[in-house]
Design a protein around this ligand. Sequence first.
Ligand SMILES: Cc1ncc(COP(=O)(O)O)c(C=O)c1O
Length: 458
Amino acid sequence: MKDLVFDLIDQEKVRQSEGLELIPSENYVSKPVLEAMGSVLTNKYSEGYPNFDGLTDWPEEKIAEEKLSNYRYYGGQTNVDRIERLAIARACKLFNADHANAQPHSGANANEAVYYSWLNPGDQILAMNLGHGGHLTHGSPVTRSAKIYKFIPYGTDKNGDLDYDEMERLALENDIKLLLVGYSAFMKIPNFKRVAEIRDKAEKKWGHEILLMADMAHVAGLIAAGIHDNPLKFGFNVMTTTTHKTLRGPRGGLILTMGNVGSPIKKVEEKTLANIPTLVDKAVFPGTQGGPLEHIIAAKAVAFGEALKPEFKTYAKKIVKNAKTLAEELKKRGFVLQGGGTENHLILADMKKSFNINGKIYEKALDLIGLTLNANALPGDKGGAFKPNGVRLGTPAITTRGLGEKEMVKIAEWMEKIAKLCQGYEKIRDFEKDHAEEIKTLREEVKTLSLKFPVPGI
Ligand SMILES: Cc1ncc(COP(=O)(O)O)c(C=O)c1O
């Protein structure tokens, strides 16, 4: 008998096909990425790393002929070494980095490893306030890192941009060891040059090196495509990212580093910024992780290969065009947007100011018609994480399916209808009961449009 799990996977395929994914951190991977993930590589243990010698300008076609050595703790690495070298080399090429670590199991693991590579318990990190768009791993008290290190938060200004003046003030008031720019809900392109200058001033003031880190989990695909500034070009030492958002690879993490690439198995490595590539390698394995997921690393390599193709640049441009169109269409319909719109793939709408409803009921109501997004706190939100007044949405996934500007108008229309119908409701059950007919009609409309744009790999 077929395992029930596969029935549920089939049902998920239907859900994904018949609805539209507007969560900005999600995407649909290609069939080759899916195939690499579901491959026999999952059977292999390969603690350690391939050898990094000669990774720059290295001809991929010659990979099968190359005699590789490695820093692994198990035998049988012939193929795995080659696959991981492909992932590392392609990642370096995509982001103009000196080195890459493709092993982090997730974005959170990548951040944790970077902190561990550079900091001692009690050290201070200047990072973006969670309530202003930062990520949990940037200092939420519920995380392990917040118990080990001390996070100092900076926020956004009244225009929705990073508050660089506040960042500078805090960097000069507090003896920080790490300055982090990164976010899960921010719609502008950061001024990386200004941040690097703030780091330089703080280094002078405190008399020691400060690690400059960017967590580009959301916009890595846009950076890879060259349509968003790359922090590594502005003096950042480290860039972490997830591989599954705009980058359109498997779920996972990636760390790009600048500096000298050394042996990850040599004993002592001086804690200097120049040595950060090796310090990070050691911090990922054995510092914070065990055996790498080579099937996922293979899928990352496939996705990086896709992102290196010219088509990916076209895709990334369309993501931003769709996001800008959707933002404009929403504004026309009375939506108040944080920062007045978007410069990337992400939109944050203030549902309280726009329609006097909270983000949570709106998220649930949209779910009923097959539009998936997430409730999200706004800067200074009194509703907190459980009943926030905002919603966050984005265009990476629907752009992969081929939706364009015409469809953005349609989505904005559906969103307006549901927002107006939601007014005055506290409980989703009451809303569902009172508006069953309208919900049914809109659900059919969303389904019909969705099915015209197949999900890759289904
Ligand atoms: C900025 C940022 N960093 C890190 C992460 C964590 O990634 P993961 O969920 O893969 O651990 C996210 C995820 O949403 C993110 O937005």
